[in-house]
Design a protein around this ligand. Structure first.
Ligand code: ADP
Ligand code: MG
Length: 688
């Protein structure tokens, strides 16, 4: 019953005609429920108004004033309206920069409610930063905590307040509580109607908090229910693999010059459990750069191969494909595994031959870019798909791949640790494995911050490293000189460093515009020690492994994002020797730029860096899906409401486990009430 009231067109609300409905539509408000879920962005406390005379003392005030007269300052285009106001205590002036239209609103003789920041200038009390609206003694808003809504042209605060109030009145008594009673009692939540009413029209400040808690919890609870529902629905029961003696795995581990770390062992057994369970695997492996994810993935792959199935290992760049393939060849070919590389640059006969071998099952492990899942690629029996650096792939590419086999197991790997709150929402239906430990003997990379102008000192330090036989990276934000940005670029700096700084050293250059074949040649040259310095853009960010490189110089470091900086720094410190990262920053630092550099200087823990990144950038940016409406909750904020999120998840999990039947109606409710564009991408989660 309540659903119908909710779904009614917003035009049913008293005070909403076609014109107003049109404006509301622009805000995405089509139904009564949309309107009720259009939450205030702020509130003003109008229970006590201030006197204009106290404006200077208090700075920010709310006052009821009368407009005395208009005046203007400046000439021509710069002409700006100035409005004189007064109350019983003082006179003041409002300077309407860019708001000359207020001359039609702030009509002399009328009373207004003004809220603003005041200061003393040119012998008078002034404000240029204020909001004003007609004051009406009998108005519903005077003497209360008043909501301030996001607006669009055509709407005023007063109008939208009135409409929301009418809408609330129209659904009174018709809104059922949607949370199970036990949960409402457990947390002492107010009823849904009460919560909605008080978030729009609070009586006390505390009301806003209480309502927010209840509504955010409800939203997250239903969200987590859908997550659990997906998790159950995708648990496809299959004929499990037969147990094997793990001969290949044992063979490999015996040949390694080191032992797996404890974390690697733990994660490997989690993966193996999945591989031999009766459900297909959907697991995300998180672990910082250099923690040894690749080796874990290879080892897991061996078990699938031992069962007679094929494994596809997807990476974001050709460069990485080759490097991984070289590695795989070294590690795995001696124990009889047939390894191949498949990328976009492999064409013609070679490609045809490769494709037919894949189809015939003559290849056990194929490593490549998304070319692995082009239309014409067929596998004989694809049992396991590993996606390295998964955050670099679009959602669609991930879908295409699972269509290739019969429910292949899926392992997503990422070196960008994902904050827990994000894992629980964006990836809430994946199982998660984490490697926190680095292999023993790794030394923490020493990070230095240097101001532009002092580069020569850094170059000198690099020279000392080169003298010891080590190698270095130099990273720049641009490929080539740009007229628009006065930043250093890789091409010019490659020339400059070669000519002026490191004259008798071998310098190589790499960036995304260099053709693939050339790129891998350059990279192979650097890996095998034929170049001392690699000048690049952030293409070296992903996965490249050169243990002899002991320093990385990042110029204009403030231009790089936190996770990029972290990944770049991870390029060094991969061998036995002490390693250094030199971050050179320019004067023009933004506030976020300062924050980023501070974080990167303070910690090398990828998980901490990720948490900070989340605070600076917000969830959409981090997942690279800002535009798509991904994770856009109506009221909850996964950064600030992370504790609510965790309780909601725990409760939802408990309910699903004890009463799976609870799921279906719950899902309907969230779809209707929150109209949630599913915060994550459905297609991706449905998999094969
Ligand atoms: P990731 O992909 O997680 O960034 P890699 O798998 O590339 O890390 O591993 C980084 C380096 O560490 C590789 O050279 C690898 O051989 C080495 N390595 C992996 N596991 C161990 C271990 N347990 N002990 C010592 N070295 C290891
Ligand atoms: Mg890696």
């Amino acid at each position: 019953m309540f659903l119908q009231e909710y779904r009614k067109d917003v035009q049913y609300v008293k005070g909403v005609g076609p014109a107003v409905a049109g404006y509301l539509n622009k805000l995405g408000i089509k139904t009564v429920s949309d309107l009720l879920l259009h939450f205030p962005r702020d509130y003003q406390d109008r229970r006590k108004t201030d006197r204009l005379a106290d404006a200077l003392l208090k700075g920010q005030i709310n006052a009821v004033v009368r407009v005395i007269a208009h005046d203007s300052i400046g000439w021509g285009k710069r002409k700006t309206l100035k409005v004189y106001i007064e109350d019983s205590s003082a006179k003041a002036a409002l300077v309407c920069f860019g708001r000359n239209y207020l001359n039609k609103v702030l009509i002399p003789g009328r009373h207004f409610f003004v809220s603003g920041k005041f200061y003393y200038r040119y012998g008078e009390i002034q404000s240029a930063n204020f909001e004003a609206e007609p004051f009406d003694e009998k108005s519903a808003n005077s003497g209360k905590i008043t909501p301030v809504y996001p607006l669009t042209g055509g709407l005023t605060q007063n109008l939208i307040r009135k409409i929301v109030s009418n809408a609330l009145f129209s659904v009174k008594g018709m809104i059922d509580d949607e949370l199970p009673v036990e949960l409402m009692r457990k947390y002492g939540f107010p009823g849904k109607y009460e919560a909605l009413r008080k978030i729009h029209f609070p009586e006390e400040w505390q009301d806003i908090k209480t309502s927010h808690r209840a509504l955010a919890y409800e939203e997250l609870f239903y969200f987590q229910l859908t997550v659990f529902r997906k998790r159950i629905s995708r648990k496809i029961i299959r004929t499990g693999r037969n147990r094997i003696p793990f001969l290949l795995k044992r063979h490999l581990l015996k040949r390694l010059p080191f032992k797996l770390t404890e974390d690697q062992c733990k994660v490997l057994s989690e993966i193996e459990n999945d591989l031999f369970s009766r459900y297909e695997m959907m697991r995300m492996l998180q672990g910082d750069v250099g923690c040894g994810k690749t080796l874990v993935a290879f080892t897991a792959a061996l078990s699938v191969i031992e069962c007679g199935e094929q494994v596809a290992f997807m990476v974001p760049t050709e460069l990485l494909a080759r490097q991984h393939a070289d590695n795989a060849a070294k590690l795995l070919e001696p124990i009889g595994i047939r390894v191949a590389v498949l990328t976009g640059s492999i064409t013609g006969k070679k490609r045809n031959y490769l494709l037919s071998s894949l189809e015939k099952g003559e290849i056990d492990l194929v490593i490549g870019t998304h070319a692995l899942f082009s239309k014409d690629v067929h596998y004989r029996k694809l049992g396991f798909v590993i996606v390295d650096e998964q955050h670099r792939f679009g959602v669609l590419q991930r879908v295409a791949l699972t269509g290739k086999g019969l429910n292949p197991d899926l392992l997503l790997m990422t070196a960008t640790p994902i904050p827990r709150t994000l894992s629980l929402t964006a990836f809430g239906d994946l199982d998660i494995s984490v490697i926190r430990q680095l292999p023993p003997g790794r030394k923490r990379v020493i990070t230095h911050l240097t101001r532009e102008g002092n580069e020569h000192k850094v170059y000198e330090r690099v020279r000392q490293e080169l003298d010891k036989g080590h190698q270095a990276y130099f990273v720049y934000p641009l490929i080539e000189e740009s007229e628009a940005l006065s930043l250093k670029d890789a091409e010019s700096m490659h020339k400059y460093l070669k000519r002026n700084v490191f004259k008798n050293r071998r310098l190589a250059l790499i960036h995304s515009r260099i053709p693939e074949t050339e790129k891998s040649k350059v990279m192979e040259g650097f890996v095998s020690g034929n170049a001392d310095i690699l000048v690049s853009t952030s293409v070296v960010e992903v996965g490249v492994d050169v243990p002899n490189a002991t320093c990385i110089v990042i110029e204009h470091a403030e231009r790089f994002g936190l996770s990029a900086l972290h990944q770049l720094r991870g390029r060094v410190g991969r061998g036995e020797a002490r390693s250094y990262a030199f971050l050179i920053y320019s004067e023009k630092l933004t506030e976020d730029g300062i924050k980023r550099l501070k974080v990167i200087m303070e910690t090398t823990d990828g998980f901490k860096i990720a948490e900070e990144d989340l605070k600076i950038r917000g969830p959409g940016e981090i997942l690279g899906v800002k535009q798509s409406g991904f994770l856009r909750f109506r009221i909850a904020d996964i950064v600030n409401d992370s504790r609510i999120l965790c309780s909601a998840r725990a409760d939802a999990g408990y309910i699903v486990n004890s009463d799976p039947g609870f799921l279906k109606p719950a899902y309907r409710v969230i779809a209707d009430v929150f109209k949630a564009a599913p915060p994550f991408d459905d297609t991706f989660l449905q998999g094969g």
